[in-house]
Design a protein. Structure first.
Length: 132
């Protein structure tokens, strides 16, 4: 019985030591770009969009920026279709209101880097909707 307890204790110590070594570490590269294709459904409308997420190291933090935002389909209709003529206006407003995120080197959200631009972009969209 004692031999079994000693064996079990040694085994558990080994498992705990290995678990310490397996802790995940946050280690993004210092820069990079990822192409995203996103499908969404909002109020019964379906959209397929694409954009790039650009990662830039800024000293003790990272900045994540959305670029090249485009609608690919809206309710199955391509953006070149005349029925979606207003889509370019919406697309332009979207580009101006996408967040730039600041992330710590250990992967925690810190802040929005472009809060004023987001507010101005949303205000432009609201103004266009009120004028219509």
């Amino acid at each position: 019985m004692i031999k079994s307890l000693i064996t079990l204790s040694l085994y558990l110590l080994s498992v705990v030591a290995q678990a310490e070594e397996l802790k995940p570490k946050f280690a993004w590269p210092t820069s990079g770009k990822v192409r995203v294709r996103e499908k969404t459904i909002k109020k019964g409308n379906r959209a397929v969009t694409s954009y790039d997420l650009v990662l830039k190291s800024e000293g003790d933090k990272f900045r994540i920026v959305y670029t090249n935002f485009k609608f690919l389909l809206v309710n199955g209709i391509p953006p070149t279709d005349p029925r979606l003529a207003q889509l370019k206006v919406i697309e332009k407003s979207m580009v101006n209101s996408l967040p730039e995120l600041l992330i710590s080197n250990d992967g925690h959200y810190l802040d929005l880097a472009n809060f004023d631009a987001i507010v101005n972009g949303v205000a432009a969209v609201a103004k266009d909707k009120l004028a219509a």
